[in-house]
Every structure is written in C-alpha cells, then in structure tokens.
Design a protein. Structure first.
Length: 295
C-alpha cells in the first residue's frame, strides 16, 4: 500500500492486538485505489507465536490511499439544510430591500417608519433561524417551517406596502390598518382576480369577521340602519374608516322612517369625529333626509 504526505495514516502497531501485523488509521474521506494487477506471492506464516512458520500463497493487490479533498465531512452534511436556507435568506434580504426601494419619493417619506419596521421584522426572521444549530434543521417539520418563513418574506413585504399605499388612497392611515389588522389578513396577490384587488378582499373579509355585514355592504338591519349608519351612530371610528375604504356609499339614506344620511346621523348623535371622517370622504353635508331636514 502506497501513501503520500497528505493521505498517510497513523500507525496503531503500539496498541494493536495483532503485533505481527501493521495497522494504520487512515484520515477521513479516504479510499483505496488499485494501481496495478493482482499477483501471487509465497509468504511464511506462523499458526501461533513460537510455532514453525509454513509457506502459503496469498494474492496481493497493489493499492494506494486516495483522499477525496472535495468530499463533505459529516458535519458539512449535517449543515447542508442550514447552508441552503442561509443562501435563500441572503436572496430574500436583497428582494425585500428592492421591494422597499420601490415607490415614489413622497411614498418613501410617508411610509418611512413602516419600511423600517418591515426591514426590521425581515431581519429578525432571518437572524432567528441563523441562530439555530445545524441539527435543528435536520428535523423535517422545523426545516419546512423555516423554509416557508424565508420564502414568504418578499411577498409579505410587498403586501404590507401595497396595503399601505392603497389604504392611503382610501383615506385609511397605516396606524388604522395596523389596529384593524388589515395587514395580517391581506391575501397574496395571486388570490385577487378581476378588478377586485387583494386589498379590497382583505377589507371585505375583515368587515365580515367584525360582523358589520353578511351579504353586502349596503344591507340594513331590522331597524333599517346600514352598517355605516350604525357605526357612525355608535362612534366606532375604525369601523367607519373600514366601511368607507370598503366602498360604503357615504350619502346613502337608511331605510328608517326619517331616511337619514350618515352625516345626518353623526350630527344628530353628536359624533363629531365620525362627522369629520365623513366630510373627509366628500359626503354631501347639504343632502336632506327623507323628512326634508338637513344636518
């Protein structure tokens, strides 16, 4: 057996149970490579220590030790999944950064805090899995969960920013969106179809979860009040903002005997903040109720 300076092993003769034989401990990732054809040789072999040796025929293969310098160690194999996730995380960080760089200059100023929050949350997700040991990801369930977290970073960032932009168009602030949990329930962009955006679907879904309406936004209760009319009368400003953003008719008369508009109800009930929100939504403050009275 031929060995070189890299692939030579350590002699174990001094601790071997077979002192008549040479034992060598070879380095990891070693293999034996045949360097020629087999040949037969006559050797003297003693059956036991002190016995008369007898000659026997043995087959000899010339070989050399070959170390695979590019092969992975056990530790590297164990770290394969984490290494893959780390590479994906680096790509996700770049994609999130690109997503945050989109938009006009005014939007970047307006949503500066939100962008920083998205960047911080994305970094927290990545750092959380980087802190885990390699063996953590050899569990299929934990690896799958980490993989989904990394893959969802860019779509999540895109949905949050799109939600903020569309909310601004509808007159809903980022703080209101966060309080109403719109961002948490916003579906993916692939879920939207036709002219109905993912943002509108999220709004409608949240309205349903809050019990504001069941079939359509202009439906009335047993007293003839619409969801917007009830929210205005009770001073529920978040519901007012949510319904307006969802497309509630700001000047629609309810089906009560007086046929009141939302701004009429706000004035009658003394809900000044709700009235201000309706005025911001361009309501007609001079539109009379069915009883001919104006707000």
């Amino acid at each position: 057996m031929d060995v070189g300076q890299i692939d030579r092993g350590a002699s174990l003769a001094w601790i071997s149970l077979f002192p008549a034989e040479e034992e060598v401990l070879l380095p990891p990732l070693c293999s034996l490579e045949a360097t020629g054809s087999a040949r037969y040789e006559q050797v003297a072999v003693a059956a036991s220590p002190g016995a008369q040796p007898s000659r026997r025929t043995v087959m000899v293969w010339p070989v050399r030790v070959n170390v695979n310098l590019k092969g992975k160690t056990v530790e590297e194999h164990q770290a394969t999944r984490k290494t893959l996730l780390a590479q994906m995380a680096e790509n996700a960080e770049r994609e999130v950064a690109a997503e945050l760089a989109r938009g006009s200059a005014s939007q970047k100023v307006r949503f500066k805090e939100l962008r920083e929050e998205v960047r911080a949350q994305s970094a927290a997700v990545i750092e959380a899995f980087r802190a885990q040991p390699e063996q953590h990801f050899n569990d299929d369930a934990k690896y799958s969960a980490a993989l989904q977290d990394v893959l969802q970073l860019k779509p999540w960032a895109a949905r949050v920013l799109a939600c903020a932009r569309e909310g601004a168009v509808c007159g809903v602030s980022v703080d209101e969106l966060r309080r109403m949990q719109i961002m948490e329930h916003l579906p993916s962009a692939e879920a939207s179809s036709g002219s109905e955006t993912a943002f509108a679907k999220a709004l409608a879904g949240l309205c349903a979860r809050r019990g504001l309406f069941t079939q359509h936004i202009e439906e009335t209760d047993a007293n003839g009040r619409s969801a917007l009319g009830r929210s205005v009368a009770e001073g529920r400003l978040e519901d007012v903002a949510l319904l307006l953003a969802c497309g509630a008719q700001v000047d629609a008369r309810d089906k009560t005997a007086d046929g009141c508009t939302p701004v009429y109800i706000a004035a009658e009930q003394g809900q000044t903040e709700a009235m201000a929100r309706l005025i911001e939504a361009k309501c007609d403050v001079d539109k009379a109720a069915s009883n001919s009275f104006t707000p």
